[in-house]
Design a protein around this ligand. Sequence first.
Ligand code: UDP
Length: 314
Amino acid sequence: MPRTVVTGGAGFLGSHLCDKLLAEGHSVICMDNLITGNVANIEHLSGNDSFKFIKQDVTEYLYLPGDIDFIFHFASPASPIDYLELPIQTLKVGALGTHKALGLAREKKAIFLLASTSEVYGDPLVHPQQESYWGNVNPVGPRGVYDEAKRFAEAMTMAYHTYHDVDTKIVRIFNTYGPRMRAYDGRVVPAFVNQALRGEPLTVFGDGSQTRSFCYVSDLIAGIYALATSGETGPVNIGNPREMTVVDFARKIIELTESDSEIVHKSLPVDDPKVRQPDITMAREKLGWEPKVPVEEGLMQVIEYFKTHGDGRS
Ligand code: UDP
């Protein structure tokens, strides 16, 4: 039975990854300091003998007894609201946290997988984005704390790969959605779905002509697992290439929720990327992976999730 660490394991993606690893027969150690993660995301795993939760800030020294086979480094604030509220923690977990997690991987001779992001491409001048593109990031803009932390994390990961012979993998994750997102983390899917369910106006930032490409969480996790168990180092883009404008996305959510909500426009955040779409040729060819869940189907899952769980507001 492989023994596997997931940092950020109580977060949105981390908790889905824990579920997948347990289903694949791993014993899972989930680490999270719970600043944006939530124990509710892993509550269903308490009592599972193959699952252990450790409340831990991964920017501090990490020690674990025994063998470790895989380390998935997913700890980080990841929504624009979170990383703007927690800029120093975001930089620290990308830099110091990645260093500590890589140190543990080296010590244990474990396979290390870094959760990187399409944000490394910044406001891209190449479209769609291939892994070979170096990006267009403003280091001193408000998003720089996240983008540069992840870019540094990639560089650190490659340095451990090259100089310390650690078996590393980098996944660049594009916009992903699914159950367990926080209703008010500021990301567009939970924002629009909860606004539509409440009959409140959907807040489209700018004129809504900016594009994103949304991947359902089960597809994303399948791609990450395929990378972790492959011979590839990456970076590899994992995402769904179906591109939509934000305003069309708002209309789709109004339609699927059968809501009376209107669309209102608010100012566009600074450095908001104008376009984003993954080129997934590499994932297709090297991992035999591609997304399967159509956006309408995935959105219905999220709508049901928020209908059942509520949005945490009275
Ligand atoms: N957005 C929006 N209304 C919202 C939240 C986000 O129009 O209430 C826009 C945002 O400006 C961006 C897109 O939706 O263009 C995706 O935003 P998100 O924060 O989900 O992720 P990003 O891709 O920007 O990291």
